[in-house]
Ligand binder design. Structure first.
Ligand code: ADP
Length: 417
């Protein structure tokens, strides 16, 4: 009646939307357009009405609205910074987390570019990555540090191109995750690790001097008193062996601190690996071991590297073979060649290494049979140092082992061409 009254006053009504009920009770959306009908005198005598069923359009519109509100609920629910920018770098969408991260409201950001919101240096940095993504069309993930109001925060950001339905690039989409705390913790860890390496270095240097003095005096005592008393001779031999063990431990600690600082030094010469192996076996026999050490094979070419360091690896592997095979007495060392590569192996028939720990034994301080295990002394450094030495020589080191049956440690070295 209202519409009719307005038509009676000569006004046309366009697309007036309302809901109607069908005979079966179901509702549907309609759009009415009404216009006056006049007689030949120009008087309004009625109204013409076109009614269109717009239910499908209405349902489609509602679906779009529901989709939009779902999307914005998701974007708002994300605690990371989420944004969309057009090709001119103007923010089209930013979520509350994004607005908060720069201490602004969403209204203050929408329609603005990075240059309106950040210092020009940071805006340059932001637009640079936008440009990269737009040029390559590929997603880009990177760490970025952004300072707002004097407060620096680090983000792990991913940017990607934003396309319309036709597939044309119309902007940039981005998400930034605040990793400031993680980065700070990482920096702190690196600092602590460096301090620990420095401490190791200082402590082992300080320990070395008195040990060298004690060693010197022990040898003097051996010389002057050794022959006079059998018991005394035995004590002094034991003392000397223990001083050597102490020296080896301190040397391992020194090497670890050198590796940490990237300062493990190598001499590069050619050396006879057969002779070196024989010397080491002889030294171990002289120091007294109940294990039989058998040598099998030989290498005819000279090896290239630092004989002292390679000897250190071999000694460590044989010492371990002895230490970790308390119930067997055989150790087999094999020397072989594969083209221009020497392969050396040390086999024992001892306790072996559990499968799940094989990949860890070359790591620093790792001990497969329990740290500080009562049964086996050690610091868990020998294999770590050996691994570093062999890799720096361009070789490889690995293990084959079965728990309860024994282990074979292998390493390779380049030979002289
Ligand atoms: P350490 O012997 O001082 O503990 P290493 O770095 O030489 O340190 O060895 C690391 C770990 O690897 C050892 O603690 C031990 O558990 C394991 N391992 C090394 N060699 C052998 C071996 N021949 N047999 C069994 N386990 C071994």
């Amino acid at each position: 009646m209202n519409m009719l009254r307005r038509v009676g006053e000569g006004v046309s009504v366009k697309n007036h939307e309302s809901v109607r009920k069908r005979k079966d009770g179901s509702l549907f959306y309609v759009s009415h357009s009404l216009s006056p009908i006049k007689n030949e005198k120009g008087e309004i005598i009625g109204a013409g009405c076109i009614t269109r069923d717009i239910t499908r359009r209405k349902i489609a519109e509602e679906a779009v609205k529901a989709h939009d509100s779902l999307l914005s609920a998701v974007i708002e629910g994300i605690t990371d910074v989420v944004f969309v920018k057009d090709l001119r770098g103007r923010y089209l969408i930013i979520n509350s987390a994004g607005a908060e991260s720069i201490g602004a409201t969403k209204g203050q950001i929408i329609g603005k570019t990075a240059y309106d919101l950040f210092s020009s240096q940071i805006a340059d940095q932001i637009t640079d990555t936008d440009r990269q993504v737009l040029q390559t069309g590929l997603p880009l993930t990177y760490d970025e540090t952004i300072t707002v109001g004097g407060i620096e925060r680090t983000y792990l950001s991913t940017k990607t191109v934003y396309r319309n339905i036709q597939g044309d690039v119309i902007g940039v989409l981005g998400i930034s995750h605040d990793i400031t705390e993680r980065k700070d913790a990482e920096r702190e860890l690196i600092k602590l690790s460096r301090q620990k390496d420095e401490f190791l270095s200082i402590a082992s240097h300080e320990l070395k001097t008195p040990i060298t003095t004690i060693k010197g005096f022990t040898q003097l005592l051996q010389k002057y008193l050794g022959g006079k008393d059998k018991n005394l001779e035995g004590f002094l031999r034991k003392m000397n062996l223990e001083i050597d063990r102490l020296t080896n431990l301190v040397n391992d600690l020194l090497d670890v601190s050198r590796i940490g600082a990237g300062k493990l030094k190598f001499r590069q010469t050619e050396f006879d690996i057969n002779a070196l192996t024989n010397e080491i076996i002889e030294d171990i026999r002289l120091a007294g071991t109940r294990h039989q050490i058998m040598l099998d094979g030989e290498i005819n070419n000279m090896a290239v590297g630092d004989p002292h360091r390679v000897g250190q690896v071999l000694t460590n592997l044989i010492d371990n073979a002895v230490k970790y095979s308390p119930n067997s007495d055989k150790i087999i060392i094999k020397l072989g060649r594969n083209g221009e590569i020497a392969q050396i192996s040390v086999q024992d028939f001892g306790i072996g290494i559990p499968d799940d720990q094989k990949s860890d034994i070359f790591k620093r301080f790792f001990q497969a049979h329990g740290p500080g295990s009562k049964a086996f002394s050690g610091l868990g450094l020998g294999l770590y140092i050996s691994h570093q030495i062999i890799h720096q020589h361009g070789g490889n080191i690995w293990v084959e082992s079965e728990e309860g049956k024994g282990s074979i440690f292998y390493f390779t070295l380049p030979l002289k061409k």
